[in-house]
Design a protein around this ligand. Structure first.
Ligand code: HEC
Ligand code: HEC
Length: 421
């Protein structure tokens, strides 16, 4: 039964493909092609959902949060789109799959732990499995704990107790280890008193390390060439071309399915693959438009309503300053700056959902000089699901090279290719 959710998933696959700039979407098509032969652990779902979910947490990291908010406000709540929603009412529809993935990851199970799959057909609305009912009780419990004890903050989630297991450990195992005594500072408050730089100092040092405000202001376009390494070890050719303020063209070259291109010319978003050319509309376009921002990792201050320096820490043996940032809508992030070089080395974003907070981490490595600026040549994305995680390694980055604007336009549909029988 090609039911509604399967169609949605296929639709999401299309969406993922559209987001070549952010996702190895080709995997989706590949697995969909294979999925007919697969059982309850249908990778189609996982892959699609993984992509889908991984896209979500990024949203709060981007300057155009308001665009996302609009998308959320205008999209239907999940109960309007699905058949049997009793406790997740009011959840934005686009968060259903991220939430289901988060629940699965929290318990260390796959979808079929709670959902019925008969002869390769998913019946997600069915309440046949008792685990689904238990999960409903748990969702209600989490909602109530957060509301009553944590002043409506998403403090407790499925992962808080489950930590990747179906039955959380509630009783200490014997023998219990001797508790380590609390180390008191010789001079109380010494650590706290260690002077941290101010947020303005950190941001100014970052701007300087990148090449200075003149170089940043001069930045008009960027083209990058390199590879996209998926977590299962497949390397794809990858090219991105961006032009201020928001034009983008990307192409991922896959070994067996040819090129996946996508673009946005300031007005029209599109994608092109062996299957043809199509427009990106609504939610999909809103997603695509979030990535073109040339300045996403460069102009940070503009993206947040609040930023403060939380502490000094270490990443790979190097001292870093940790900055906590949040938008006016309370989307949160942590930013890590190398204490010595001043460069941004990590961003972790947090997507708050009804059942817990979904993290995503981006690491910036291998900074090199490019046309008067310093830019990372390796960008690593780690999502809670390793399948989505990927590494982009650039071999060439060029700034301010004149770009032919027609590149960003939707290409004409291929006319003479008859569909394969
Ligand atoms: C631990 C149990 C559990 C797991 C694992 C789980 N779900 Fe769910 N799922 C639920 C519950 C509970 C609901 C109903 C929520 C409600 O009533 O508001 C639901 C609802 C859904 C719905 C909406 C069905 C409808 O029409 O009402 C879809 C679609 C769905 N899940 C997909 C998935 C997918 C895909 C996965 C695997 C990534 C998954 N779920 C994993 C418990 C689970
Ligand atoms: C406060 C701790 C806590 C939180 C938070 C929590 N759970 Fe549980 N959950 C438990 C405990 C404890 C059990 C085991 C109960 C038992 O053994 O009878 C359990 C059992 C379950 C089970 C049944 C286990 C099985 O074998 O399938 C499901 C399903 C489940 N939880 C889903 C969830 C979901 C989904 C969330 C998040 C919305 C969640 N839980 C959040 C404590 C928690």
């Amino acid at each position: 039964m090609a039911n509604r959710i399967s169609r949605r998933l296929v639709l999401n696959a299309g969406l993922a493909l559209a987001l070549l700039a952010v996702t190895a979407g080709w995997l989706v098509t590949k697995t969909i092609a294979n999925s007919k032969t697969n059982g309850p652990e249908d990778p189609t779902l996982n892959v699609v959902l993984k992509n889908r979910r991984a896209i979500q947490p990024r949203l709060n990291r981007l300057p155009a949060v308001s665009v996302f908010q609009q998308a959320v406000q205008t999209e239907p709540a999940v109960e309007q789109a699905q058949k049997n929603i009793k406790v997740l009412t009011g959840l934005p529809e686009s968060q259903l799959l991220p939430v289901m993935n988060f629940i699965s990851t929290s318990l260390g199970v796959k979808c079929d732990h709670c959902h019925v799959n008969k002869n390769n057909n998913w019946d997600f609305p069915s309440d046949e499995k008792p685990e689904k009912q238990t999960a409903r009780e748990m969702i209600k419990m989490v909602q109530s704990i957060n509301k009553t004890t944590f002043r409506a903050n998403i403090t407790v989630g499925c992962y808080t107790c489950h930590r990747g297991h179906t039955s959380p450990m509630g009783i200490p195992q014997l023998p219990v280890p001797e508790p380590t005594p609390r180390v008191e500072n010789a001079t109380p408050g010494a650590a706290a008193k260690e002077a941290l730089p101010t947020i303005d100092q950190i941001l100014a040092k970052y701007a300087g390390a990148l090449g200075g405000s003149v170089a940043i202001d001069k930045l008009k376009s960027r083209s990058m060439k390199g590879t996209w390494l998926t977590s299962n070890g497949i390397t794809l050719g990858y090219k991105v071309c961006q032009s201020a303020p928001d034009k983008i063209y990307t192409v991922l070259n896959t070994p067996h399915q040819g090129a996946f291109e996508s673009g946005f010319n300031g007005a029209i978003g599109w994608e092109k693959s062996a299957r043809g050319v199509r427009d990106l509309k609504g939610e999909q376009l809103a997603y695509l438009r979030r990535y073109p921002d040339l300045f996403k990792d460069i102009k940070l201050k503009e993206q947040f309503a609040r930023m403060d320096v939380a502490r000094r820490d270490q990443i790979d043996g190097r001292d870093v300053y940790v900055v906590r940032a949040s938008t006016a809508d309370n989307w949160r992030e942590q930013l890590f700056f190398d204490a010595q070089t001043g460069l941004l080395v990590r961003r972790i974003s947090y997507l708050p959902t009804m059942v817990g907070v979904i993290p995503e981490e981006i690491d910036f490595e291998d900074y090199r000089d490019v046309d008067g600026m310093k830019l990372p040549f390796t960008i690593r994305i780690s999502a809670i699901d390793p399948f989505f995680s990927s590494t982009r390694k650039f071999t060439e980055i060029k700034l301010n090279v004149p770009v032919d604007d027609s590149k960003f336009n939707k290409p004409p549909a291929p006319t003479a290719t008859p569909p394969k029988p």
